[in-house]
Write a protein that binds this ligand. Structure first.
Ligand SMILES: Cc1cc2nc3c(=O)[nH]c(=O)nc-3n(C[C@H](O)[C@H](O)[C@H](O)COP(=O)(O)OP(=O)(O)OC[C@H]3O[C@@H](n4cnc5c(N)ncnc54)[C@H](O)[C@@H]3O)c2cc1C
Length: 468
């Protein structure tokens, strides 16, 4: 396949920043092109980053900030960025928030920060020859950073479902946990709901992206219904009994959405009839903490709108790389550890390969804020390696407020709740400890208008971190 240089640069106005991309002369490329394998049609870069999301964009920006001579390329499959954070505010009909509030063009970030971007799908990784294969050809690297985010594990959760049924699930009951069209589809379903509709949101067991997100989503959809005068219910079928920021959400639902937001514990989805719009699930009720068996009952539930969030797993890019992962369903990347660098964003398997964002094997929340924090630390590690020095992430720890995550729970007035995580060294990984403060101490409530404003400020700040 012949790839022209123009094909590489999907975005207008990035040719200067992208001069170090494939096909360029050795004089403009900081890295020697001599060792590029024969099938590496798109050239070589010092640092290649898979994924232009929260983690990947942060690593790229920070590397260029540390040393503008670093040759950094992001490979991203989407040609524009859509934020998952703040997307529930769009569903909630929060003033001035729309799908366009969530959408950003990459060219701004590329121009501002001077890294390169290739719009292509990563299809394989050859670690032996240090080449990332993409839908547009191979790209060679000295250092690879994997920041591809999550995927859904429908097949693992429902082994008997065929490809057509899984495709239908994705289409008619979008999970909306990854950037792109699923957010548009869920927005359409919610905005077209009718009086009496039941909205069902499932919460999977195991590690999943942004643990408070389904509960914030339930609150925001209930807010939308209240605002529009739509009668109905939002039923959360939770596979476990855990609710992130649980006391704060429960207090809010009781105060603002009593009888509208209904949370059901320990519900294992066993099947869904997407034509009849019926969910079958088994709910287990436990007498007390000592009761490990419980009493299980099979139930059915008809829905009008279904936000079906299945089990999550690391994006298949991780499996393509062949690095070691944890044996759980999520397959987190195993991270390097040594006496000199107890915790790291280097993978345990390959010193040339790093990982950031939701895929990491650290015990930190899978959030955009964690990905930004991690991206900055990962960039420092890589910059030191490229400069022939050593840096230990442990020297930055403990770190207070490494992850601050807000959830909007009310639209009129705008009110939110929050969790604040400190990160620390916890054996061979980075650990975290969270606390959920009362936002309104005078009223003794978790939610407050101050936190509502902080939610907007956080989103503005995060977008500014990534795009300016
Ligand atoms: C509804 C919702 C609300 C949230 N709210 C918050 C919040 O308030 N605060 C917060 O901190 N976090 C929040 N999060 C979590 C946050 O979105 C994620 O934790 C964060 O995006 C993880 O960053 P990442 O870099 O790992 O992955 P992403 O940001 O998803 O980036 C991964 C990128 O890799 C690309 N990619 C994947 N596969 C390939 C491939 N094969 N080839 C090329 N490119 C590929 C994807 O297109 C994507 O752009 C929320 C999430 C959701 C779903």
């Amino acid at each position: 396949m012949n790839i022209s240089r123009r094909d590489l640069f999907k975005f207008a106005g990035i040719s200067a920043a992208a001069a170090a991309v494939a096909g360029c002369s050795a004089t403009t490329a900081p890295v020697s092109m001599k060792n590029v394998a024969v099938n590496s049609k798109l050239g070589k870069h010092q640092v290649v980053i898979i994924g232009g999301g929260f983690g990947g964009m942060t690593v790229a920006k920070e590397l260029k900030k540390i040393d503008s001579k670093f040759d950094v390329l992001i490979i991203e499959k989407n040609d524009s960025f859509m934020s998952c954070p703040f997307s529930n505010c769009n569903l909630g009909g929060i003033e001035g928030v729309s799908l366009s509030t969530l959408t950003h063009d990459y060219s701004q970030a590329i121009e501002k920060n001077g890294y390169s971007m290739l719009t292509a799908v990563v299809t394989d990784i050859d670690r032996e020859n240090k080449i990332v294969h993409t839908s547009r050809g191979g790209v060679a690297y000295d250092i690879l950073v994997m920041a591809p985010g999550i995927d859904y594990n429908y097949k693992g959760q429902f082994p008997t479902w065929d490809a057509a049924k899984i495709a239908k699930a994705r289409r008619v009951a979008p999970a909306a946990l990854v950037p792109g069209g699923e957010h548009v589809a869920l927005d359409r379903l919610v905005k077209n709901m009718e009086d009496g509709d039941v909205v069902v949101i499932t919460v999977p067991k195991g590690k999943y992206r942004c643990p408070p997100a389904p509960f914030e989503r339930a609150s925001m959809i209930a807010n939308y219904m209240k605002k529009e005068g739509i009668k109905g219910k939002v039923i959360i079928l939770n596979e476990t009994a855990e609710i992130a920021k649980g006391a704060a959400f429960k207090e809010t639902w009781k105060d603002l959405y009593d009888g509208v937001v209904v949370h059901e514990d320990n519900c294992k989805i066993t099947d869904v009839d997407f034509d009849k719009k019926v969910i079958t699930y088994v709910q287990t009720v436990f007498k007390d903490k000592e009761d490990v068996t419980g009493v299980s009952t099979t139930k059915t539930l008809s829905y009008g709108v279904f936000n079906f969030i299945p089990h999550n797993m690391s994006n298949p890019v991780i499996e393509m790389s062949g690095v070691a992962t944890t044996p759980d369903g999520f397959k987190k990347v195993k991270m390097a550890t040594s006496a000199e660098k107890p915790v790291s964003f280097q993978t345990a398997t390959d010193a040339s390969v790093y990982a950031v964002g939701d895929v990491v094997g650290h015990a930190i929340p899978p959030s955009g804020q964690s990905a930004i924090w991690s991206g900055k630390e990962c960039a420092k590690e890589i910059a030191h390696v490229l400069h022939g020095k050593s840096y230990s992430v442990a020297s930055a720890l403990p770190f207070k407020s490494a992850n601050v995550c807000y959830s909007m729970v009310n639209g009129n007035p705008e009110e939110a709740i929050m969790v604040n995580h400190e990160f620390m060294v916890a054996g061979p990984v980075i650990g975290s400890k969270g606390s959920v403060p009362k936002g309104d101490e005078a009223a003794n409530k978790f939610r407050s208008k101050g936190l509502g404003k902080a939610t907007r400020d956080w989103y503005r700040g995060a977008m500014s971190d990534l795009f300016s």
